[in-house]
Design a protein around this ligand. Structure first.
Ligand code: BES
Ligand code: MN
Length: 442
């Protein structure tokens, strides 16, 4: 079976299904077809739900009159492979090296999808699957799941039968330490384009006469966030933020790591924690703002003395409960409008948004999942919050009002979204065992 799994994984990883790049759209469709064929071969009824030119949602179900109906979510789209020269192995070629499996998407999230598929396949073959299974695998998670809500509403006839949704798109805090997540941050993502004139100008002839668009952005962003304290300065931004109480912080400290470990994990030279007393908790329990990319002027070899005519910047906010994306979007729009001077043309685009996710831990599925994970990994489950976002979690919770369970088997050095993305081989195969244990014990 191990070889069969690795072969399947090799084929899946070889499809560069990057959802944020239009020229890769055929590969998105290819990945969806690839999954469809596999689900069909396992006796699932499969439907691709799709709006014109957006990535399809693969919906596959196998109803056997079982006791419970388990929903399994994943995403088959991946992040772009850039910067490509920093990869030590080709990004779309599955490579096993020193106990790690390398390839773009192996950790986020193709590896987890494959673990789920083979866990189910093995349970079927061993005649141990007593529950109905519904797979929902989307193709635009990495571009903020813009159609997900519409698609899952279209699939009401199937999804309303689901008793519990499993989202395996997170990792473990440490090797062999199973982790269940009860909160994810939300996100709002913007692109701002500004233009100060029609031509790049000679910086000698016109320096002192023109507004420099890059310096303007630098000034704008220093008004948006204080670099020293890390606080976001947009009026009313923190209004709805929930304060995490002592008890919860104590629980989260069990999943915390020391400064030294953070440096090792991130390869940063120095950390700049928002909360000096709780570096490890800083990305989990507070909102944040980051500039994700900025383009302007001359950046090629040598000297070019210009004042650029325009600049573009991508930036995003991570939100925690009970912040509402709609409200934050309004506040940001107003802030930018207020701070852009006369004579600057600008366009602000919202590229995506997702609400924060939070779930209480008091349901039978959490208990059963915890016990199953502890049996396989022989370690206590740690409960954690993630700083990242999975739009699907909040959408499924709000629409179907069923327990959502977030767990997964990747490790902190998995390099998700970065070069040399990897999945620990041992955790990969143990993860399949754990999923079998979970799905056959509920
Ligand atoms: N699997 C991640 C989310 C994640 C990251 C969970 C780190 C826990 C820890 C997911 O695929 C992801 O990267 N989501 C994007 C969503 C965004 C594009 C809307 C994210 O968080 O940046
Ligand atoms: Mn991701």
């Amino acid at each position: 079976m191990k070889n069969e799994i690795l072969n399947f994984l090799t084929d899946f990883i070889s499809i560069p299904s990057v959802s944020t790049q239009k020229e890769r759209f055929n590969d998105i469709l290819k990945a969806a077809e690839f999954l469809k064929n596999k689900f069909s071969s396992l006796g699932f009824k499969v439907k691709l739900i799709q709006e014109k030119s957006s990535p399809p949602l693969v919906l596959a179900h196998r109803f056997i009159g079982g006791k419970k109906t388990i929903g399994i979510y994943g995403h088959y789209d991946v992040q772009p492979e850039e910067p490509i020269n920093e990869w030590k192995t080709p990004p779309f070629k599955l490579t096993l090296k020193d106990g790690k499996i390398y390839g773009r998407g192996i950790a986020d999230n193709k590896g987890h999808i494959v673990q789920n598929i083979f866990a189910i396949e093995e349970l079927i073959k061993e005649n141990k699957l007593k529950n109905n299974i519904v797979f929902l695998v989307e193709g635009e998670e990495e571009s903020a799941s813009s159609h997900f809500e519409e698609y899952v509403k279209k699939a009401k006839n199937v999804l309303s039968k689901v008793d519990v949704f499993y989202l395996t798109d997170v990792g473990m805090i440490k090797k062999n330490v199973p982790t269940i997540y009860y909160a994810l941050r939300g996100i709002v993502y913007f692109e701002l384009k500004i233009k100060v004139g029609e031509y790049d100008l000679h910086s000698g002839s016109y320096g002192n006469l023109a507004l420099n668009p890059v310096q303007f952005l630098a000034d704008l962003f220093s008004k948006m966030k204080d670099l020293k304290t890390g606080k976001i300065l947009i009026p009313r931004f923190y209004e709805d933020v929930r304060k995490i109480d002592k008890k919860e912080k104590e629980l989260l400290r069990l999943a915390s790591i020391k400064e030294k470990e953070i440096l090792k994990e991130t390869k940063l030279y120095l950390i700049h924690p928002l909360d000096k007393k709780e570096p490890s908790l800083s990305p989990k329990i507070y909102p944040s703002m980051d500039i994700n990319g900025i383009i302007s002027g001359y950046t090629q070899e040598g000297v070019k003395t210009i004042i650029p005519k325009e600049a573009a910047v991508k930036f995003s906010f991570r939100l925690i409960e009970y912040q509402k994306p709609e409200k934050i979007i309004k506040l940001v729009k107003n802030f930018i409008k207020k701070n852009i001077p006369k004579g600057v043309k600008w366009e602000l685009k919202l590229l995506g948004s997702a609400a924060p996710f939070y779930t209480p831990l008091n349901n039978e599925f959490i208990v059963k999942t915890k016990n199953a994970l502890e049996r396989v990994f022989r370690n206590k489950v740690v409960f954690n919050r993630a700083g990242g976002s999975i739009p699907a979690a909040e959408v499924l919770q709000r629409i179907y009002k069923k327990p959502i369970i977030l767990t997964g088997f990747t490790l902190p050095d998995d390099n998700v979204h970065a070069p040399n993305e990897n999945f620990d081989e041992k955790m990969f195969f143990k993860g399949i065992k754990a999923l079998k244990e979970i799905y056959s014990s509920i």
